[in-house]
Write a protein that binds this ligand. Structure first.
Ligand code: SF4
Length: 298
């Protein structure tokens, strides 16, 4: 788990790089309320304008419980919240709890309240997950104070392993360029953000790491980005996922006939390359096979 001390150090190391926002997500940050509150306070003391958390809302067991949980965090400086609720999350957390959390955040006047609803693309594809997501979407829409975001599943890591079977796979050519996930923003040449996992891996896209901030100063990793001289990143920056595919093929990778999406192709290629570049295709857990395969229901 990332500690509040880790966050304090990362923010101190980034003092030459003004930050507009800090988002705390997991896993599920509300499982560690003490650390969550401390990270919010540290970010507030650093003068960061937007401090947000991403949660599934499991803790809002009633409207009043939602208010009780959020109140001290708002006082500490939390001003933005994303609540994930959809056909995937509903398997573990009832959408009713997420709705309690959304109502509590709206009632407390958070600057930004977003409900994030995931769909397996394309959204119109009917399957048990998308059908449930549509039901939840219908319940949430129409509130002018709530930002309702459609969030297409990206087939990386567990999503690639568990959900790609739901798609209609396509014959794809590897792309020469791609954009980082929307929560990072910008381009790979000039990303607007980065994410750091509990073990210190610093990423622009999940499983694609600049290095480890537990081993090297974060500012150094950021400053040498795009100029690190490491083969994998320089191939990716010049030729995108297509460059990684060529590299993998030179090492014996056989391209599949079909993939669920461009990111699925890229992820499969990276999974093949991971043992060759463990420092950059990290954390390794992003590439491990998941033993429990989701039961496919049609
Ligand atoms: S998975 Fe690959 S193709 Fe998708 S955004 Fe990340 S680097 Fe780009």
């Amino acid at each position: 788990m990332m500690t509040a001390q880790d966050v304090k150090r990362y923010l101190a190391e980034l003092r030459g790089h003004p930050l507009e926002s800090v988002w705390i997500y997991g896993g599920e940050p509300f499982l560690y309320p003490g650390v969550l509150a401390e990270v919010i306070k540290i970010s507030k003391r650093k003068g960061i304008a937007q401090i947000g958390v991403l949660t599934n809302g499991y803790w809002a067991t009633s409207p009043s419980a939602g208010l009780r949980k959020l109140s001290p965090l708002k006082q500490a400086g939390l001003n933005a919240i994303i609540i994930s609720t959809d056909g995937l999350h509903a398997e573990a957390v009832s959408p009713d709890l997420a709705i309690n959390a959304i109502r509590a955040a709206l009632k407390m006047g958070f600057k930004k309240v977003i409900a994030s609803v995931a769909f397996i693309p394309p959204r119109k594809l009917s399957n048990p997950i998308n059908d449930r997501s549509e039901e939840i979407w219908a319940k949430l829409k129409g509130n002018p104070h709530l930002l309702l975001e459609e969030n297409p599943v990206v087939f990386i890591g567990r999503a690639a392993q568990e959900l790609s079977d739901y798609c209609q796979p396509k014959k794809l050519k590897a792309a020469q360029k791609c954009k980082p996930p929307s929560y990072i923003g910008g381009s790979f040449d000039e990303p607007q953000g980065l994410e750091i996992d509990p073990y210190g891996w610093v990423m622009i896209c999940p499983g694609f790491s600049l290095g480890n901030a537990q081993k090297q100063p974060l500012a150094k990793l950021v400053e040498q980005y795009g100029n690190s001289g490491n083969t994998l990143w320089s191939i990716f920056c010049s030729h995108g996922p297509a460059g990684l595919l060529n590299l993998a093929q030179e090492k014996g990778y056989h391209q599949r006939a079909l993939y669920a999406s461009d990111c699925h192709l890229c992820y499969e290629v990276r999974k093949f390359l991971q043992p060759y570049y463990p420092e950059y295709l990290a954390p390794a857990g992003c590439y491990n096979e998941i033993s429990r395969k989701r039961q496919r229901v049609r």
